[in-house]
Design a protein around this ligand. Sequence first.
Ligand code: AMP
Ligand code: MN
Ligand code: MN
Ligand code: MN
Length: 295
Amino acid sequence: MSIQYDLHSHSTASDGSLCPAELVRLAKLRNIDVLALTDHDNIDGIKEAQREAANLDLQLVAGAEISVTWNRSKTIHIVGLNLDIDNPILLSGLQRLCEFRRWRSEEIGRRLAKKGIEGALQGARSFAKGNIIGRVHFARFLIEQGHAKDMKQVFKRYLVQGKPGYVPGDWATLEEALNWIHNAGGQAVIAHPARYRLSATRLRQLLGEFQALGGCALEVVSGSHSRDEIQRMAQLCRTFGLLASAGSDYHGPENPYMDMGKLPVMPANCVPLWESPDWDSPLLRLAPDSSSLAL
Ligand code: AMP
Ligand code: MN
Ligand code: MN
Ligand code: MN
């Protein structure tokens, strides 16, 4: 059997619904060998995930999914992998984004109150298990209060651009996000590139800038990509000389669209990130001696 990679997933440290240890146990059950925990704008779940992974002989990659504002107003997500989670530059960058999230959550609360929905901030907080508050936590509160029937509807009605609970992002620049990742010794990957509703020209502009800043891979295989999108992203990897990553973007069992352990195979015409000589994977290096995996 080939090694199974899932390099994009969320826990309760951001907007996932399983705690880091539960997430790792599920990954093991689904036969994943190498799992990256990539919570939004924080690394708070990594230590717990590493401990559980060591118990289960699973390779845990320390990651984060960094929110970026690109081209003035577009929100883009950059996954950083193999991060040194003690790196002060990375930590202070993430801290800034968490502070923005705190202010944004208050602002979302104020905007929803103006529309007659009281107590949204407190409600969202009650759904957040970690330090991060995101739109998903507001979504859960709004559904609980009967303002929408499911995640899809609540985002469409309240939380996307042009709707009452939307606050424009003031995230990292692309350059900052890549600097933080590179300072922490990691690799930068553009998350779910087909999800941004960018024109072909804009997407090429993004890939060009990303590559010039030392970005290394595109998430070709994603839980949110169709077969056609996978092929298109594989082709773009070739055009831009980028490696290819694969990640489910798993958020928990209530999200049936992005399951874990069911990713399509990587197309043969692109080079997986983990085959690059820079990929820091003890699992690959230490494969003959499995006792040394439980570090
Ligand atoms: P935030 O980073 O707090 O602005 O929230 C972004 C997160 O919201 C994404 O990572 C998804 O988990 C979730 N999300 C965004 N758009 C949608 C949508 N249309 N339906 C369901 N979840 C969404
Ligand atoms: Mn999310
Ligand atoms: Mn994302
Ligand atoms: Mn994600």
